[in-house]
Every structure is written in structure tokens, then in C-alpha cells.
Design a protein around this ligand. Structure first.
Ligand SMILES: Nc1ncnc2c1ncn2[C@@H]1O[C@H](COP(=O)(O)OP(=O)(O)OP(=O)(O)O)[C@@H](O)[C@H]1O
Length: 322
């Protein structure tokens, strides 16, 4: 079975969706057969690895495998292993008419500051024959001496319409039937939070059971409650029906296997849709922040969720002082 994230990974720079400025720059590197070291920063599943691979395909054609080394900082058991692999790779000359090879280092922000210092020296040592593309989620976790030696590209999460375009490529390619296109796209977008890898994986898992994709199936696979179900709990709690809200919430946690943290995150996403004033929404978000902190610190999930439901039922979010 082929993994769809690989099967539908664009091979050419032009087929990458969105990230227009980045694509323009990458194409000029291909034209000039030259490029600086690069840093791709941005949330997971927004096309960083895809862009690096597409660049390699276009620069090297069929010889891309010989000229492209992919490493993952968190898999490589430390900087010494990375140094060793880069050294081996840089030893042989590039194949073809491009005068350098590419080392793609994913999750560079997983390296400690010391390891990053060592990485900077490796980059310098081999810069004659190699270019580095570092990929990270958090630009601020990359040390300044590296930041100043690379050209930075910031990858943005895909907007809804671009996301729809990508999902529709797969729907067409796999002959899927979407029960209701708008609802399915909205649900996938909500579940994946901009992470295309996550969206594609959930879609593939859903399609293994049936080519007809339903919203319910997507939420089941993602193990998160549907927005509507969370809204029902919140409404009950805000009407003061504590026991009913509590039992609905426990049912959801059992049905989807959600932890306290999952529930808090799901509630947090729904606050802006509640039929209350903005000030009241902010009060609730503030409270959710406290509760989430306590749960993460190890407080009992159910005690904390009970406290939130009770707080909502007592209408405490209405008692703000300006
Ligand atoms: N901009 C995009 N256009 C088309 N497909 C994309 C785009 N971004 C991501 N994808 C799809 O999503 C999958 C995951 O993307 P990719 O591996 O490039 O993410 P990433 O940004 O490198 O994430 P991570 O930080 O998790 O490594 C790819 O297989 C590809 O099919």
C-alpha cells in the first residue's frame, strides 16, 4: 500500500500549493544553479520537506538521489553522527553540472545550542561542496550564528481554498466520494490545523474503510469530538445543567479516547462560536488557560474539567470588572 503523503507529494516546484514567494526564489536557484544555505521555518506539514525535494528534483533530475542527503536531527543520535554522515556524503563529487550537493536537515531546532554550534562549523567546513537546507518549526530556537548564515523562508499554513485544492487532487486520484464536500473539507481543516500530512493521513485512514468519506468517520479516526458535540456540552454547562454536561463530556472522552488536555483544546477552539459577548469569551479563554496549565502540571483531569463546567454553570464569566 502506498502512503498518500508520498504518492501525492508534488515533484515539481510549480506543483507546490501556495508559498508563492518561496517557489519564485527556489526557481531562481535552479536557473542559476547556485544557492545559499537555506532555513525553512514553519509549522509541521506545510511543505518544507516537499520544497527541498522538489528543488533537488529540478536541480539534479534523475541524479537527485546521489546529490541529496536527508537527515533528521532527532533521529541521528547526536551531532557526531550527523558530522560523520555529512563527511561521507561530501567526499564524492556532485554528479552532473551543479557544483554542489544538498544536505537537508529536518528538525534542526531539536538540536541543543551546543550541537547547533557544531553544526555551524560543519556547514562552514563543507560549504565549498555542499549547501545545507535546515528545516525547523520554531525559527527562534535556531542560534543567531546560524540564522545569520542562511537565507530564511517562512512557510505559512495553507488557507482553506488551497487546502481544498490539495484534498481534491487526492479525492480525484483515488476516486473518493465526499458525502458533503464543504463539510468534509471544513472538518479536515479543523482537525489538521494546517498540517497537511495529518489531513492526508486521516483521509487515507478513512478511505481504508470506505471510499465514501463522512464527517463522523473523520472525527472518529482523529479521536476528537465533533465541534457540535463540544458545543452541546458547553451549552448544557452554561445553562447550569452541570450533571448532564458532565455525563455528556465523560461519554465523549470514552467514545473518542480523549484526554483532559484533548478536551480542553477542543473546548478552546469552540469558545469563539459561543453566543456570548467578546468580553465573556475572553473570560472563558482566560479560565481555560488556567485549567490547561493545571492539567499539564499533573492535576486530576476530571476534577479540573468539573471545575470548568461548574464555573461556566455559575455564570462566572459574566462577572468581569472593566
Ligand atoms: N504546499 C504544499 N503543496 C502541496 N502539498 C503539500 C504542501 N505542503 C504539504 N504538502 C503535502 O503534505 C505532506 C507533508 O508535507 P511536508 O513533508 O513537506 O511537510 P513539512 O513542512 O516538511 O513538515 P514537517 O515539519 O512535519 O517535516 C506532503 O507529503 C505533501 O503531500
Amino acid at each position: 500500500m502506498e502512503i498518500w503523503t508520498e504518492k501525492y507529494r508534488p515533484k515539481r516546484i510549480d506543483d507546490i500549493i501556495n508559498q508563492e514567494e518561496i517557489k519564485k526564489a527556489l526557481k531562481s536557484f535552479v536557473e542559476k544553479k547556485n544557492m545559499p544555505h537555506l532555513l525553512f521555518a514553519g509549522p509541521p506539514g506545510t511543505g518544507k520537506t516537499t520544497a527541498a525535494l522538489a528543488l533537488a528534483h529540478e536541480l539534479y533530475g534523475d541524479a537527485w538521489r546521489e546529490n541529496f542527503l536527508e537527515l533528521n536531527a532527532s533521529d541521528e543520535r547526536g551531532i557526531d553522527v550527523i558530522r560523520h554522515k555529512v563527511k561521507e556524503f561530501a567526499r564524492a563529487k556532485p554528479i552532473g553540472d551543479v557544483p554542489f550537493k544538498i544536505v537537508f536537515l529536518d528538525e534542526a531546532d531539536a538540536l541543543t545550542r551546543d550541537a547547533q554550534q557544531a553544526l555551524r562549523r560543519i556547514m562552514e567546513k563543507y560549504s565549498q561542496s555542499t549547501r545545507f537546507i535546515l528545516s525547523c518549526n520554531y525559527f527562534s530556537k535556531i542560534i543567531e550564528p546560524i540564522q545569520s548564515r542562511v537565507t530564511v523562508f517562512k512557510f505559512k499554513p495553507l488557507e482553506k481554498e488551497a487546502f481544498r485544492e490539495l484534498i481534491n487532487r487526492i479525492v480525484k486520484g483515488e476516486g473518493l466520494i465526499l458525502e458533503n464536500e464543504d463539510e468534509i473539507i471544513n472538518a479536515l481543516y479543523d482537525i489538521a490545523e494546517g498540517d497537511l500530512r495529518k489531513a492526508i493521513n486521516i483521509l487515507q485512514a478513512a478511505a481504508m474503510m470506505s471510499k465514501t468519506i463522512t464527517v463522523d468517520r473523520l472525527y472518529e479516526i482523529a479521536s476528537i469530538a465533533k465541534p457540535k458535540e463540544i458545543d452541546e456540552v458547553l451549552n448544557k454547562a452554561m445553562q447550569g445543567n452541570f450533571l448532564e454536561a458532565r455525563s455528556m463530556l465523560i461519554d465523549l472522552m470514552l467514545k473518542y479516547g480523549m484526554s483532559g488536555e484533548d478536551v480542553i483544546k477542543a473546548i478552546q477552539k469552540r469558545v469563539w462560536s459561543l453566543p456570548i459577548s467578546d468580553r465573556e469569551k475572553l473570560m472563558i479563554l482566560d479560565k481555560i488557560g488556567d485549567i490547561e496549565f493545571r492539567i499539564v502540571e499533573g492535576a486530576d483531569d476530571l476534577v479540573q474539567l468539573d471545575a470548568l463546567l461548574a464555573w461556566l454553570g455559575l455564570g462566572k464569566y459574566k462577572n468581569f470588572t472593566s
